[in-house]
Ligand binder design. Structure first.
Ligand code: 13P
Ligand code: SF4
Length: 301
């Protein structure tokens, strides 16, 4: 029996489900019960009834959200070191400081934040629903963190004044994309559509035909009549793009766009975490209660 088969057997014995983000390694996506973007995975985790264990193959903040939304389940993060550096860029102190400066402005936080920060915001959002969340608020000035690029994108779309907290939060992987690389790829593939994630810089968004969350990018590629796509997001998404569209061609806008944290989950680590039921994600109750309210507000919208 190979490792993937062993995991599937263990998964049945332990009544576990495996949720995997679109950036996970191909072999992890292949054994997962569900592969999706951060809002889809949160929703799946929240609605999970039958399983006793949720193996969350992604990074820290996503597994934390699952533990917050479904506190009766044991949520495992296969590698505890898988932390999103962008989520580490915002602290509770920073939110408190911004609130004293703009006492009337609501606080909206991208889900790429730690639970302790989510406990200090009015509502959360993901890249799939940030525009709708901001539009739903009866306010023109809004504190938004930690991704400055997503803040700029939403501000352009809604016309509202989004103040970034911290001033310059960013995703190190998405910052690697440069419009020059798209220009070069376009010489070889002039008819290719450019699809990018909103964590990319404004220069990248300007050369894009479509901007959306990872699952929205997959949907766009599937529904499009076009056959060639230049992709501005983490390379893990190629597994799903190619699986769902075997006849279409996908080109990564920059070959080095790899999120090292997303890649920390391996079959070996997942097997060991599930076998020993270790790396349980725990969020203190007082924090979880407030963070859950911010996440649930997002789902309502
Ligand atoms: P999605 O919600 O679009 O999957 O994005 C999560 C993320 O971390 C992007 O870098
Ligand atoms: Fe965080 Fe960027 Fe990795 Fe997404 S791709 S998990 S935002 S570091």
């Amino acid at each position: 029996m190979d490792l993937a088969q062993k995991i599937l057997k263990l998964k049945k014995e332990k009544k576990a489900v495996i949720l995997a983000h679109n950036y996970q390694r191909s072999e992890i996506q292949d054994i997962a019960d569900y592969v999706g973007d951060s809002i889809e995975l949160s929703r799946k985790a929240a609605q999970e009834k039958d399983a006793e264990v949720i193996v969350f193959s992604a990074v820290d903040f996503m597994a934390e959200s699952a533990a917050i939304l479904n506190p009766d389940k044991k949520v495992l993060l296969p590698c505890l070191g898988a932390r999103c550096p962008m989520a580490q860029m915002l602290t509770v102190d920073e939110i408190k400081r911004a609130k004293t400066q703009y006492p009337k402005a609501p606080v909206v936080l991208y889900v790429n934040t730690l639970a302790s920060c989510k406990a200090h915001c009015d509502v959360c959002c993901t890249s799939a629903n940030a525009v709708e969340v901001i539009e739903s608020l009866d306010a023109e000035t809004i504190l938004f963190g930690p991704d400055k690029n997503l803040a700029e994108y939403v501000s352009e779309k809604t016309g509202k004044n989004l103040i970034s907290i911290p001033e310059n939060g960013f995703c190190p992987t998405h910052l690697l994309f440069q419009p020059e690389d798209v220009t070069v790829l376009k010489i070889e593939h002039p008819d290719a559509k450019v699809i990018v994630h909103p964590e990319c810089s404004s220069e990248m968004r300007r050369v894009a035909d479509y901007v959306g969350s990872t699952s929205k990018m997959c949907r766009y590629a599937k529904e499009s009549a076009d056959n060639n796509f230049i992709v501005g997001t983490e390379e893990g998404i190629f597994h799903r793009l190619r699986k769902e569209n075997p006849k279409k061609n996908f080109y990564l806008a920059y070959e080095g766009a790899i999120c090292p944290n997303m890649k920390l989950t391996t079959l070996e680590r997942l097997y060991s975490a599930l076998k020993e039921e270790k790396n349980v994600v725990r969020v203190p109750q007082s924090v979880a209660k407030k963070a859950r309210a911010s996440l649930e507000r997002m789902f309502e919208i």
